[in-house]
Design a binder for this molecule. Structure first.
Ligand code: FAD
Length: 291
């Protein structure tokens, strides 16, 4: 498959840490990943109980300490129009040019859903308030969002987000590349041709991965589950195996024409760096364009 190397997007996602040690970790990881000249760093919003201020603080910190553009996530659940407009204004004043627009998950027992029920409504609001200023990313689910009525409705929801003005999408993580490629085929059948960048999860902890995956509906294939389970708390072996599995996954995705890679770093840079270095993206991208 031929494609334009310049359009390939490499990005890394961080979350606002809650401790000083976590902040030091993030500072170290972002400096490491900055050397790979990614297209952007993204910062989660509200996930894991973090606050709006937590995201803004990390956006500012990354802006000061790295040369990589920063894309904050913004989720609409629990917010009204004024609150969201206010955040968008702050991001504009910080020179942010890209946002990841999400519905978000309302933690149980914490307030009301608010004015906005779905991410497509947030995308529409961002376009109404700020025109074409922001590049808007949205979420996509090759293995189907857990609350979707069915896979067809979920793809149509993605279409709604693009029709509301989103530019591109980042997927939930997955370990089966077929899930991604069949999803792209289905999107094409529904005339969705915007870039859909695979989200990549380098595995570092078995229990954490199982917990996340249970919550977000990502499938852990049996072969992967069994192997990770056997490693137990042996983090070094999990990382070594993860390097092999995720490297091969990324190779297949890039070779199959994925328009980029978005890494869920969990604020750790080493494993992502090793994967990218092994992939030799520069060479793969040039080979593809020439091939
Ligand atoms: P939507 O696109 O609104 O979809 C939510 C559900 O509603 C889907 O099942 C969809 O099919 C259904 N739906 C949508 N519209 C309609 C309609 N009109 N009628 C009926 N059903 C409909 N969470 C955070 O809290 N903070 C983050 O920073 C964060 N970052 C993320 C980054 C990525 C790349 C991804 C993939 C997820 C992220 N999440 C984050 C998780 C996300 O908030 C959850 O997956 C959430 O449950 C759905 O968000 P969404 O934007 O996909 O929602």
């Amino acid at each position: 498959m031929k494609k334009n190397a310049a359009s390939f997007t490499l990005s890394f996602e961080f979350y606002p840490p809650k401790t000083q040690e976590g902040l030091e970790n993030l500072t170290h990881s972002s400096a490491l990943l900055n050397h790979l000249s990614p297209d952007y760093f993204s910062v989660t919003f509200g996930a894991g109980g973090s606050t709006r201020e937590g995201t803004i603080d990390i956006v500012k910190m990354l802006g000061r300490e790295t040369t990589t553009p920063v894309a904050p996530h913004l989720s609409c659940i629990g917010f009204n129009r004024e609150g969201l407009s206010d955040i968008l204004k702050q991001y504009k004043s910080l020179g942010v040019k890209r946002v990841v627009a999400l519905r978000g998950d309302l933690p149980s027992g914490m307030g009301s859903i608010g004015e906005f029920k779905y991410a497509s409504e947030l995308v529409a609001l961002i376009r109404e308030e700020t025109g074409d200023y922001f590049h808007i990313e949205v979420a996509a689910y090759p293995e189907c969002h857990p609350q979707a009525k069915n896979a067809y409705y979920d793809v149509m929801n993605l279409k709604r987000k693009f029709e509301a003005g989103a530019n591109s999408a980042i997927t939930q993580y997955f370990f089966n590349p077929d899930a991604y490629f069949y999803f792209l085929d289905e999107c094409a059948r529904q005339h969705i041709f915007n870039p859909i960048v695979p989200g990549i999860m380098p595995v570092m902890h078995f229990n954490k991965l199982m917990r996340f995956s249970e919550a977000c509906g990502a499938e852990i294939p049996r072969w992967l589950y069994k192997r990770l389970e056997a490693y137990g708390d042996d983090v070094a072996s999990i990382k070594q195996y993860s390097l092999e599995v995720v490297y091969h996954l990324c190779r297949r995705l890039v070779a199959g024409g994925a328009p980029g890679l978005h890494f869920y770093t969990l604020n750790h840079g080493e494993l992502c760096t090793q994967i990218i270095e092994q992939l030799d993206l520069q060479r793969m991208r040039v080979t593809e364009v020439a091939g």
